[in-house]
Write a new protein. Structure first.
Length: 375
């Protein structure tokens, strides 16, 4: 196009403009005079209204075609973001400046007063538009699935030959919750627990994916000992014909727990259990020596439980006889009895904590009642 000398719309003379750079498309209206050009010029292209979909359960916001977690107490900032994204400024405007003033009309309606300024054809132009924003409260897909009790795996917390202790059950739930929270914090909206249920045999935890169920079970065993078995059940086929499995992760905590006193089959005297991670470790109550089950025996050596640290009573030392013998009062009959003296009993001990069982009377080490997690 050669220099446009007259405006094609009104016929007024038009001052010569620089031709566009090679390759740059020429705008149709570029040949108009300023008056005709600005006659139907919109600096800002704004939608008539905007709807912000938010989840009334978890507060997630629908953006694009998916739900996203946002950290917002009210949705004004979210609404401002979405209005900003929806507004278009004319491509020819330069030095653009803008501001948005929200006006909250009611809980679900915000009026956005937007002011835009920019330089077009060397002229500063300013435009105001008002965009009403409606907050639509819905239920996101994730909350819908949680409400519907959806799950893809169950972690069953059980124990070998006993029911899990309250501490073990509480810890297992904590482990599951922190595992899932970690995943949620990375933005994974597929991560959730849909049910935690206590049964007579132990706790059942329903989790959103197989992978996370497996991860939780593994972590529970790593911390509390025991082992896991997986039982997949075919539940359905998905729309592509792939088989969909639900997996039960059966956690079996060890037969013994730290704080138990057991009598191993070797008949060398009772052992206070300190740890059941990997293999059972503890201390021999007759000598004070360390006890460790062999690798083959693992966490369940051939042993009988004869009590726990909670069954112990404090009693008086009558006399320390020598390195291997001590005389104490039987806490039930108050008779003096000479029993084995483990190495952890000091020469000047005045009282000791003893466990009375069918194996006899045995002295527990100090602090045994609090050392429940020991390694
Ligand atoms: Zn004109
Ligand atoms: Zn939600």
């Amino acid at each position: 196009m050669s220099s446009g000398e007259f405006c094609p719309r009104c016929g007024d003379p038009v001052p010569e403009r620089a031709d566009p750079l090679p390759g740059e498309p020429r705008e149709r209206d570029a040949v108009l005079c300023d008056d005709c050009y600005f006659e139907d010029f919109d600096l800002v292209d704004a939608p008539e209204r905007i709807e912000v979909r938010v989840c009334s359960q978890c507060g997630a916001v629908h953006k694009g075609n998916r739900w996203v977690d946002v950290d917002a107490d009210d949705y004004t900032d979210v609404a401002i973001d979405q209005v900003t994204e929806a507004l278009g400024v004319h491509v020819n405007a330069e030095d653009i400046r803008w501001g948005i003033e929200p006006e909250q009309l009611d809980e679900n309606t915000i009026r956005m007063h937007c002011t835009f300024g920019g330089v077009v054809r060397d002229t500063y132009r300013e435009e105001r538009v008002t965009v009403p924003v409606f907050i639509a409260r819905q239920t996101c897909d994730r909350c819908g699935r949680i409400a519907g009790g959806y799950y893809a795996s169950i972690v069953q917390v059980r124990a070998d030959g006993r029911t899990p202790t309250n501490e073990e059950e509480a810890r297992a739930v904590e482990i599951a919750e922190s595992y899932v929270t970690e995943r949620e914090e990375t933005g994974d909206r597929e991560a959730f627990i849909s049910e935690i249920k206590e049964t007579d045999d132990g706790t059942n935890i329903k989790i959103s994916t197989n992978q996370m169920g497996g991860g939780v079970a593994k972590r529970i065993v790593r911390e509390l000992g025991g082992h896991v078995k997986e039982y997949p059940t075919l539940v359905t086929e998905d729309s592509d014909g792939n088989e969909v499995y639900r997996v039960t992760y059966a956690v079996r905590l060890p037969k013994f727990t730290p704080g138990d006193v057991v009598a191993p089959a070797d008949d060398d005297g009772p052992v206070l259990v300190r740890s059941v991670r990997g293999n059972l470790k503890g201390v021999r109550l007759t000598s004070g020596e360390a006890y460790e089950a062999s690798f083959e025996e693992g966490e369940t050596p051939d042993a009988r439980k004869i009590g726990t640290t909670e069954d112990a009573d404090e009693t008086t030392v009558v006399t320390v006889e020598d390195e291997r013998a001590i005389q104490v009062l039987d806490p039930e009959t108050y008779e003096s009895k000479t029993i084995a003296r483990p190495s952890y009993v000091d020469d000047d001990a005045e009282t000791v904590r003893v466990l009375k069982s069918r194996e006899g009377l045995h002295i527990l080490p100090d602090g045994a009642e609090t050392d429940e997690t020991g390694e």
